[in-house]
Design a protein around this ligand. Structure first.
Ligand SMILES: [Zn+2]
Length: 446
């Protein structure tokens, strides 16, 4: 029985002492091997006990069938000469965790592959405690790879993403060749970027960087020049498209306000509320205006989405916009045409498309679009260089969307480090393993 339990719970370097049923849970009493006791959680060295045994603690383990399962053990506090007084480390769990290692691996895997609510329900834990689990699992993975995780990066993108409803910023660095996130940190400043370039990358890795894409910030350009002398700086295509998306949203708001106002002005004034009496129906032009206002309403997501990803109902919404012949539809067309510049892999074709776009945007008489046109014109050469270096906009867009979705998922986390850990687990190469994919050797019982 003892052996089977150790096998089921993937326990190594520990002995099963007891098992009992408590309510709807199974509690398994365990203790580490004598040789594995009184270890410092920081350095793993065997230390003197600081005081007597504490009260028994519990660690949530993988469920046994439908029952929750806990491991129970009363750890001692140890006094490490280097790290001070800590609760001893146990072989089945990461330091400071109330969950076992296999349980945490499983939760982290679920957090990468499922929605928030699915994770919380299937694992029967609160969503906010998933953050701490992700952090510990990610730290483990990161420690295993070390600085080698940045080996072979050639073309990177530096970008910012907002969280906490746009009050805080994260710096994210993506690998364009693999379409993966490689680094993220809190803040958007010179110091944060310098930390990545100077401290995270080795000298060889810095010299290997060939292309850096970013938005137009001058300080990024200066730092990149200083630390990655071989890198060419180009305009991030995703950013250019996002300017146009912002303009599109601005035009949508203007149109919606104007349409609402026009519809209200055209509607006949009625003395009394309720159903209109005979001969007092709304005139047809007012109905038409109301319909135009309705067409603008609820188009936000359809407008910013790429043409190829639209659902049927979103397509219908755009068709309606087209039929009323609005400014908004023209702005949307210009946004899609700008995206097309980055979708063609051919440099000459891109140049032709971009110049054509600049011409049309300059004469479109939509103030917000003209603003973007000026910005794009100033960076025309940087943009074309991005195309000739074949930085795939689709890949950049997809990783950025994935980052945004994950940031939204992590809203419930109290700690930014936990959010970053979730981000890395979902968008980088550091993939959590399912506990049964890890080969855990079960040693003979002591
Ligand atoms: Zn220590």
């Amino acid at each position: 029985m003892n052996k089977i339990l150790r096998f089921i719970l993937a326990l190594t370097e520990a002995v099963v002492k007891s098992i009992r049923l408590e309510g709807d849970s199974i509690v398994v009493g365990v203790r580490p091997y004598k040789s594995r006791q009184r270890r410092c959680p920081v350095c793993g060295r065997a230390c003197e006990a600081y005081d007597g045994r504490s009260k028994p603690r519990r660690w949530r383990a993988l469920d046994l069938g439908t029952a929750k399962c806990y491991l129970e053990y009363a750890p001692v506090r140890v006094a490490c000469p280097d790290h001070g007084v800590h609760v001893e480390s146990v072989p089945w769990a990461r330091p400071k965790s109330r969950f076992t290692r296999p349980f945490e691996d499983w939760v982290a895997w679920m957090a990468v592959h499922c929605t928030m609510s699915a994770v919380a329900r299937a694992c029967r834990i609160e969503w906010h405690s998933v953050g701490g689990i992700c952090k510990r699992v990610y730290d483990d993975l990161q420690q295993a790879t070390g600085p080698a995780r940045f080996d072979g990066i050639r073309r990177i993108g530096i970008d910012e993403t907002s969280y906490k409803r746009g009050h805080r910023y994260l710096m994210v660095v993506v690998d364009h060749d693999r379409g993966r996130l490689i680094w993220a940190a809190e803040g958007w400043s010179k110091d944060v970027l310098r930390r990545f370039l100077k401290e995270e990358l080795t000298r060889e890795q810095r010299l290997g960087v060939e292309v850096v894409t970013a938005d137009g910030c001058r300080w990024i350009r200066t730092l990149v020049k200083r630390w990655c002398p071989n890198a060419e700086w180009v305009m991030d295509p995703f950013h250019v498209v996002s300017w146009m998306n912002d303009a599109l949203d601005g035009v949508r708001c203007e149109e919606w306000q104007a349409a609402k106002k026009a519809a209200r002005a055209a509607a006949p004034k009625r003395e009394r509320p309720g159903r209109p009496s005979a001969g007092d129906e709304t005139p047809p032009e007012a109905v038409k205006l109301a319909e135009a206002a309705k067409a603008v309403k609820g188009t936000r997501f359809a407008l910013v989405k790429g043409k190829e990803n639209l659902t049927e109902s979103q397509k219908a919404k755009l068709d309606k916009l087209k039929s009323v012949g609005s400014r908004l539809f023209r702005t949307w067309e210009l946004k899609e045409d700008l995206r097309a510049v980055f979708q063609t892999g051919d440099a000459a074709e891109a140049e032709r498309l971009l110049d054509d776009w600049l011409h049309r945007a300059a004469y479109c008489k939509i103030a917000k679009v003209v603003e973007v046109e000026k910005k794009v014109r100033r960076r025309r050469d940087d943009i074309l260089r991005a195309v000739s270096l074949s930085i795939s906009n689709a890949r950049v867009e997809s990783i950025n969307n994935k980052i945004k979705v994950t940031v939204k998922m992590g809203y419930g986390f109290r700690n930014t480090d936990n959010l970053i850990a979730l981000l890395m687990l979902r968008c980088s190469d550091a993939k959590p393993q399912l506990p049964w994919n890890r080969s855990v050797p079960v040693k003979k019982a002591a």
